[in-house]
Every structure is written in C-alpha cells, then in structure tokens.
Write a protein that binds this ligand. Structure first.
Ligand code: SF4
Length: 209
C-alpha cells in the first residue's frame, strides 16, 4: 500500500516541453488525474479519470528514475487540472531535489506553492482565472478553437499585466486554427493590444509524448 500523502497519477515521463515560452526545454512531466472542466477539444481526456494511487515518495522516485534517462532541470506538473489535488508536499520535495517546477493549470484553482513557472490556460465557457494567479503567472496560453473569439482575447489581455505574454495556440496545430490565430493576432494589433504572439504545440510536430 502506498503511504500517504497519495496522489492520483496518470503518467510520469521525460520529454521536451512543447508549449509556451519554455518550449523546447527538456522536462519531466507528472500528469495528475482529474479535471473540473470538460473542454470538447481536450487532448488529455485520458487524464480525466482513472490513474494510479501513488505516494508522493514514489512519485519522487519515478522522477529520479526519469532524470537518469533524460536529465532535465524542470518538472512540469500537469493534468487534467493538477491543482485539484493537494500537491504541496510534492512541490516541496521536488524543490529539495533542486528541481525547477512548472505548473500547467486551467487557472480555476490556486495553492500556495514554491513554483518557478505558472502557465495558465483559461478555458471556455467563462475563461475564469483565480485572482491569485493573475499577477504571478509567467504566461497565458489561449487555445485557438471554434469557440475562441476576439472579445475573449481582448478580455484576457486586459485581465493580465501587460508584461505577461498571451500565446495563441491553435488546437492540435490544425491549419484552420493556425489561420484563425493569425487573424486574431492581426485584430489584436489593429486594436492596440500588446504582447500577444502565435504559438504551436512543438511536441506534436516532433512526434514526442
Ligand atoms: S481544462 Fe485542460 S485538461 Fe481540463 S478538460 Fe479542458 S483542456 Fe482538458
């Protein structure tokens, strides 16, 4: 039996960060189970339910194992929505190992954690973001989908500090959403909105996990 605290875990693997401004950097991913949203474009639906009960200590052991195969200074805790589970002890123990921590969150939840890089990706319908995250997130990823329109882009730009970049990330790199991303970027420039940029999911181009 795993010893508490226990986390529900989908997978732990070493790869390269494919999204956001940390794109291209070697990273060990800890994907936790569960999400409070049900986006129809979700590409990690397998992490909504199921998974394994693993103690924090076992997660650390697996991270160490992955680190032997692919030494990476960063651990990205992702999901699903990773902040649905209490990850304070996990974050603390990763810090003790001198690893940098990134959290990929939909922005609806908050925990006080020793995190180096929050990556917030607000989601439809209401694109809610917890007030504590607005100031500290290093980047905002907006998935360019059928639903995303310019009003949302404008509201999100106005919500976050100007120094925080907003990345327009086409759903699964699809051509029609890349075209839409270009259009949104142009609309933003015409409207005087600053610090927006186009993005892609690099891991899908490289065929990585
Ligand atoms: S918030 Fe993220 S993990 Fe949750 S359903 Fe939406 S895309 Fe999937």
């Amino acid at each position: 039996m795993p010893q508490p605290p226990i986390l529900k875990v989908s997978e732990i693997f070493a790869s390269v960060q494919g999204e956001g401004l940390r794109q291209g950097e070697p990273t060990i991913f800890v994907r936790l189970i569960g999400c409070n949203l049900r986006c129809n474009f979700c590409d990690t639906k397998y992490a909504w339910e199921g998974g394994d009960d693993i103690s924090v200590q076992q997660v650390i052991e697996q991270v160490k194992q992955q680190h032997k195969e692919f030494p990476a200074n960063w651990v990205c805790i992702t999901g699903g929505e990773p902040l649905l589970q209490d990850i304070r002890e996990l974050a603390q123990k990763l810090k003790e190992k001198d690893l940098k921590i990134q959290i990929e969150t939909n922005g609806t939840r908050f925990q006080k954690l020793p995190v180096d890089w929050y990556s917030v990706s607000p989601k439809p319908d209401n694109y809610f973001v917890h007030p504590e995250l607005i100031r500290i997130t290093r980047e905002v990823k907006l998935v360019v989908t059928e639903e995303l329109d310019f009003d949302v882009v404008r509201k999100i730009r106005q919500k976050f500090p100007l120094a925080t970049p907003i990345l327009l990330q086409p759903e699964s790199n699809k051509d029609k959403f890349r075209q839409k991303g270009i259009k949104l970027l142009k609309n933003a420039a015409e409207d005087g909105l600053k610090n927006l940029r186009l993005s892609l999911q690099l891991h899908k181009i490289y065929g990585l996990q």
